[in-house]
Write a protein that binds this ligand. Structure first.
Ligand code: SF4
Length: 327
């Protein structure tokens, strides 16, 4: 375990940062930030599939206790929820902000840097960027500004996994912990439930790249997440084979030194009740089967949930107290 951890971006030379900022903003001219490659000119006001524009949009930010314990500790993750998404999952627990435009505030890169610094002042243990993919250029610039004003806590890139290699290359040396989902091992399921025809291919490529950059999951002496790859998998009902294949891929192609979170909180909210297979909560037997399978494969940095989580883990972005639960 590491005693004193220095976040990667603190060691990154300003000149390298500036180059990354320039290159990442260039990706907005014909947007190719994610594998959808919409090719729209976001700098000229056009929008693509995700509907993100030329400024970052933040739906909500706070010290947040709903992530896994190593990301929270006593004082909370410094979570910033970005509006919009490059996937449209029919069961998305954040659908109000990812797909329904409920709460979104445009922020400048200076404003975004200020949010990061305020979270640090409030003793947040990290900066936890939720759904960051479509705002990578603004995020890189904001971290650069915040770093030069004293930001010194780890950066968590909390993503659905549908990230492009080009954007990830620009994040090298900036992100400390990659926290991607790996939702599916079936492109058919990804298309049906998340409106993405090539999710499995690109998410697997993205996870391999992330691991190459940051390696296995590491905690400091206090148990705080400080670096590495931490993969989340939401187990869907009637999808045991899919979940096993996801774990097989992680075990065979990446390794057991990653962090793994097996999420049981699925519930058929939003539009999921139109899909017969996933129109119910997960049952105990299904969850247990996957937990045991992960144990058999040797994942020993594995976080599991109480099955009651499906009742309590849903935020409401229309209420002032968006969250009233812990992981
Ligand atoms: S980030 Fe948005 S606009 Fe850009 S390629 Fe992805 S979905 Fe399209």
């Amino acid at each position: 375990m590491i005693d004193k951890y220095i976040p990667k971006y603190m060691a990154l030379e300003n000149a390298v940062f500036v180059k990354k900022i320039k290159l990442s903003h260039q990706m907005l001219y014909q947007c190719c930030l994610c594998p959808r490659q919409c090719n729209v000119d976001r700098l000229a006001g056009q929008v693509g599939y995700c509907k993100a524009g030329n400024q970052a949009e933040v739906s909500h930010w706070q010290r947040h206790y709903g992530e896994e314990p190593p990301f929270v500790q006593n004082t909370g993750a410094g979570t910033i929820f970005f509006a919009h998404c490059n996937m449209h999952c029919v069961y998305c627990q954040n659908h109000q902000i990812s797909q329904q435009q409920v709460s979104k505030n445009k922020v400048s890169v200076i404003g975004l840097a200020d949010i990061m610094l305020k979270l640090q002042q409030e003793q947040a243990v990290n900066i936890d960027l939720v759904s960051p993919t479509h705002f990578v250029p603004m995020i890189i610039e904001a971290i650069y500004i915040a770093k030069n004003k004293g930001l010194s806590i780890p950066i968590i890139y909390n993503t659905n996994g549908y990230d492009s290699a080009k954007a990830l290359e620009l994040l090298e040396g900036i992100v400390d912990v990659y926290m991607p989902d790996l939702k599916y091992d079936s492109e058919d399921a990804a298309l049906s439930y998340s409106d993405v025809s090539d999710y499995v291919y690109y998410a697997k490529q993205a996870l391999l790249l992330m691991y190459k950059q940051v390696g296995g999951f590491k905690l400091d002496k206090s148990g705080k997440a400080i670096s590495g790859l931490f993969v989340r998998h939401l187990i869907l009902p009637n999808n045991i084979a899919n979940s096993k294949q996801v774990l097989d891929f992680l075990h065979a192609e990446i390794g057991n030194d990653i962090g793994l979170s097996l999420m049981s909180q699925y519930a058929p909210r939003y539009r999921a009740n139109s899909f017969k297979k996933i129109n119910r909560v997960l049952n105990h037997q299904e969850y247990q089967l996957i937990v045991e399978y992960a144990q058999q494969l040797g994942f020993d940095k594995c976080w599991i949930q109480e099955l009651t989580s499906s009742d309590v883990c849903f935020p409401d972005f229309e209420k002032p107290d968006v969250f009233d639960f812990k992981f």
